[in-house]
Design a protein around this ligand. Structure first.
Ligand SMILES: *Cc1c(COP(=O)(O)O)cnc(C)c1O
Length: 408
């Protein structure tokens, strides 16, 4: 009799997106003539830019020649891409190419990284949260049981963010070993400024803790004094791993390319208190369990940093930003209290008094035929909030706002 990893039975089924799909399908069936606008999407919609397509075409052709063929590449990524990332994304931050590990996604990186940490590590997450951070630790056995009443797992430290703390998580009151931070945040669209992020870096230093910093939405930052990388904060190279992705930046959600930055000055500890290089451990894990991202995709990612690529990417991001602005300002004119949307494609709105997130979902669908995502689906502190995204078309963003203004 073979046994399963029973930690998986401790996972809560997420009915969030399937419930949304079911409700939308039912509404459409009963109202076949209504034109539903979906602003719940967490995926980009604009096609891949020409510079990337050209580079990938060229790489495909190379693969078909005797001289240009490539088999297994370096597990950590080709030098051409690691160099381009170091030069462009970390120019003045002193990150070396061998501190960059190219991967097929930030989601996998966030999930895989826990391989190299102790099972008894105390984990802190924000609430609401990108579910990957929490669920991968539940799978690994780092959480206690799920408490139906609170909607939280035992033995996980939740740092609630809401309008009450201006969406700035408070430092954990108890000792934690690993803190997940995602800024600009999914789902709230809010950011931390340098001073606010520095408090976490200082906490990590004092407590010999680690910060896992998800910067998947870095490209959407518009304001000054908002760190694009955690390494802009003094001392972060001793306490933080950063995850980035070409998914939201360059529309790579279906192409798949991302990277993790693991500084050589970052050390973890054995139970005896000896220091161990995290860069070395992650390198060992990567070379053992991963065989690298496709050459074609890495050439595509490299082209994101070409002059033409940078310009074309900027235009796409501008397009989503414009949508975010339309949605944010339109909702405000309609009398809603709105967060995010300035440094992020996500708009996080407070649902009208007296309604739950799901009640507002139903009301928005029925009255305005607009679909979004209930905040409570991202954690108990998301109750009373609602997420709209800027990843739709400009026309739909404008039309959705027009309808919302007429209905609310
Ligand atoms: C979209 C997203 C990512 C990117 O994941 P990939 O696997 O690189 O596509 C990472 N983190 C967050 C919070 C995201 O929303």
């Amino acid at each position: 009799m073979f046994k399963i990893n029973e930690n998986f039975l401790n996972l809560q089924d997420s009915y969030l997106f399937s419930t949304i799909a079911k409700k939308v399908a039912e509404f459409q069936k009963n109202n076949p003539d209504s034109k539903i606008i979906k602003l719940g999407i967490g995926d980009v919609t604009k096609p891949i830019i020409p510079a990337v397509i050209e580079a990938m075409h060229k790489a495909v052709d190379e693969m078909g020649t005797k001289e240009g063929f490539r088999g297994y590449g370096p597990e950590q990524g080709y030098d051409f891409l690691r160099n381009a990332i170091a030069e462009n994304d970390y120019k003045n931050l002193g990150i070396a190419p061998d501190e960059i590990f190219v991967s097929d996604g930030a989601k996998c990186d966030c999930g895989n990284i826990v391989d190299i940490f102790d099972l008894n590590s105390k984990i802190a997450i924000t609430d609401p949260v990108y579910p990957v951070y929490l669920d991968t630790n539940v799978m690994g056995g780092r959480s206690g049981k799920f408490n139906e009443e609170t909607g939280m797992y035992e033995n996980i430290v939740y740092m609630p963010v809401s309008n009450e703390n201006n969406f700035v998580p408070e430092l954990p009151k108890e000792h934690v070993d690993i803190i997940y931070l995602c800024f600009p945040n999914n789902p709230t669209g809010t950011v931390l400024n340098k001073e606010e992020l520095k408090k976490f870096v200082d906490y990590a230093k004092e407590n010999k803790a680690l910060i896992l910093f998800d910067a998947a939405y870095e490209a959407f930052i518009t304001e000054k004094n908002i760190p694009r990388s955690i390494y802009e904060i003094d001392g972060a190279k001793e306490v933080a791993i950063e995850f980035r992705s070409f998914s939201k930046t360059a529309g790579f959600t279906g192409v798949r390319c991302a990277f993790a930055v693991v500084p050589k000055s970052l050390f973890g500890y054995t139970s005896k208190g000896e220091q161990v290089s995290i860069n070395k451990l992650w390198n060992r894990r990567t070379t053992t369990k991963f065989n690298g991202v496709s050459y074609i995709v890495q050439r595509g990612a490299e082209a994101v940093y070409s002059e033409a690529g940078k310009k074309q990417i900027r235009e796409n991001i501008e397009y989503y930003r414009e949508n975010a602005k339309i949605i944010k300002e339109g909702l405000e004119e309609a009398g809603f209290t709105v967060y995010g949307g300035v440094n992020s494609p996500y708009i996080w709105l407070k649902v009208p008094k007296g309604l739950t997130s799901w009640e507002f979902f139903d009301s928005l669908l029925n009255k305005a035929n607009v679909v979004g995502t209930p905040g409570s689906g991202f954690g108990p502190a998301g109750e009373g909030y609602f997420r709209l995204t800027a990843f739709g078309t400009k026309e739909n963003s404008i039309e959705a706002i027009k309808r919302i203004k007429n209905c609310f």
